[in-house]
Write a protein that binds this ligand. Structure first.
Ligand SMILES: [Zn+2]
Length: 496
């Protein structure tokens, strides 16, 4: 490993054990990426894509702030695209190291990165047709399928709970984080001959009581914790109450003979909703329903959930756990079978995308939204500006594929399915580490959400609660204060 600093890397001072730079998800919820530089190695924790707003495209396509060819390794908390989606670009731009992640995350990453590459190829093709009509030059996709395959060739899979050596003076361990299949928090130890410091990356934390997965585990001690703050300002509704709401919505909807549309995220939420429909059916709380899972990605993800039973909660005293499925479940892999659903009534369709921003759910909405007998059941977060949000907010008509469609369907919004810990759960997870003297940096949260969490946490500790911005840094020192914070704004002011 070269000790010579290259683009974006700077030499560490004598008494500095390591430097951590916040490169994304600093005051926002996407683009997770944190660069750790030690005396011996340069490691990127997560390599996420920016998603959701107009700036994302520019942020994703700009040059990495370091030379990917000089990076030694990537460690991934979980497979979600906002934590992994720029890996194909990293490899295309010269990264030749290994990508470390848990065994189930590896399987899921294959599904998600291939899908992401396909979307980039399709979107660019579409955009370039438009551009050529305007006499503009064609754009290249952010990355393509071969780039995703090359990234997947670099995976090194690890079990949970085992300490792994990544480089001289650098070890990591993956511990369960709930959230989605394979998701982990990462404990990372950096040591010299004389001292050792520990950084914990929370990754995305699930809820204490997850529908399917084992709950998050909290490491007991750390010098520094990077804590996610997606729901730093509030707690979620109780899960039992939400399942009751689902039962109520399904009972009501089946009475009027129309279709029930459930927009779902293909990984996690689709499996949870199928599981609860099955549970409600076998408890006799809803009638047996013809359910169609209309999403190739959700079908693949469901198979992975089934295959990784060791990641699931045991819900019946030691019996082998499986993700349950409704008795009359039909998988819909092909577009032809999806189109055939247009002619059917009295069925339940689960389809992606979860925020109604593309995918097959758009066709089902177009065919069903205008019918008063249709019910839409919203089971996931709907970001501002999405079609899903417009439905939640009671829009009387919406635009789909350029056509104005009247909304005559009933919309049921269920609040309590969330893959993220609420405020109280975040506080409880981090408390043992705060009690051990850890400093906390709040990441992966919108500015107001993490400010609320910072306020709640600062009542519990005299240690600083940082709210870093992009390019801010933390130093791990051999002597004196073990952890120090450097604001990028202060530094550029000093240079001026
Ligand atoms: Zn996630």
């Amino acid at each position: 490993m070269s000790a010579k600093p290259k683009r974006g890397f700077r030499r560490l001072e004598q008494d500095q054990l390591a430097r951590l730079t916040f490169l994304g998800a600093a005051g926002e919820v996407t683009g997770s990426a944190y660069l750790l530089e030690t005396q011996h190695a340069r490691v990127l924790f997560d390599c996420g894509m920016h998603q959701g707003d107009r700036r994302s495209r520019a942020l994703n396509s700009r040059r990495f702030e370091f030379d990917p060819g000089e990076l030694d390794a990537v460690v991934l908390t979980h497979a979600h695209i906002d934590h992994s989606g720029l890996l194909p670009k990293l490899v295309r731009d010269g990264f030749r190291g290994k990508i470390h992640l848990t065994i189930p995350s590896g399987a899921l990453l294959g599904v998600l990165l291939r899908d992401s590459a396909h979307i980039h190829e399709q979107d660019t093709k579409h955009e370039n047709r438009r551009r050529s009509r305007q006499g503009k030059r064609a754009l290249a996709p952010l990355y393509e399928t071969p780039d995703a395959e090359r990234a997947l060739d670099r995976l090194v899979l690890h079990p949970f709970d085992r300490v792994e050596r990544l480089a001289e003076g650098l070890r990591v361990r993956f511990v369960r984080a709930g959230h989605i299949l394979g998701a982990a928090s990462i404990e990372c130890w950096v040591n010299s001959e004389t001292v050792e410091r520990k950084v914990v990356f929370s990754g995305d934390l699930g809820r204490r009581r997850e529908p399917l997965l084992l709950p998050p585990e909290a490491p007991r001690a750390a010098d520094l914790v990077l804590l996610e703050s997606t729901y730093g300002d509030r707690d979620h509704k109780d899960l039992d109450a939400t399942v009751e709401e689902l039962a109520h919505a399904l009972r009501e909807s089946t009475r009027n003979g129309g279709n029930v549309l459930i927009p779902v995220f293909a990984v996690g939420r689709a499996q949870e909703v199928l599981h609860y429909i099955a549970v409600l059916e076998s408890a006799g709380r809803i009638p047996e329903l013809p359910v169609y899972l209309d999403s190739p990605m959700a079908i693949r993800a469901s198979a992975l959930y089934q295959r990784n039973a060791d990641c699931l909660q045991s819900n019946s005293g030691g019996a082998r756990c499986t993700v349950r499925e409704p008795r009359q479940l039909t998988l819909v892999p092909s577009p032809q079978e999806s189109i055939a659903l247009n002619e059917q009534r009295g069925i339940v369709i689960l389809s992606a995308s979860g925020m109604c921003e593309g995918g097959r759910i758009m066709h089902h909405l177009r065919h069903n939204l205008w019918r008063p007998s249709t019910d839409i059941v919203i089971v996931g977060f709907q970001a501002r500006g999405t079609l899903g949000r417009a439905l939640v907010d009671g829009a009387s008509n919406v635009r789909i594929f350029g056509e104005r469609i009247t909304v005559a369907a009933r919309v049921h919004t269920l609040g309590g399915f969330s893959a993220h810990a609420g405020q109280t759960e975040l506080v409880e997870w981090v408390t043992p580490m705060i009690d051990s003297g850890a400093c906390v940096a709040l990441v992966h949260g919108e500015v107001d959400k993490r400010a609320a969490l910072a306020a709640r946490l600062s009542g519990r500790t005299r240690a600083p609660i940082w709210q870093p911005l992009r390019r801010d840094r933390v130093l791990l020192r051999e002597r004196g204060e073990p952890v120090g914070f450097e604001s990028a704004a202060d530094e550029s002011a000093r240079k001026r």
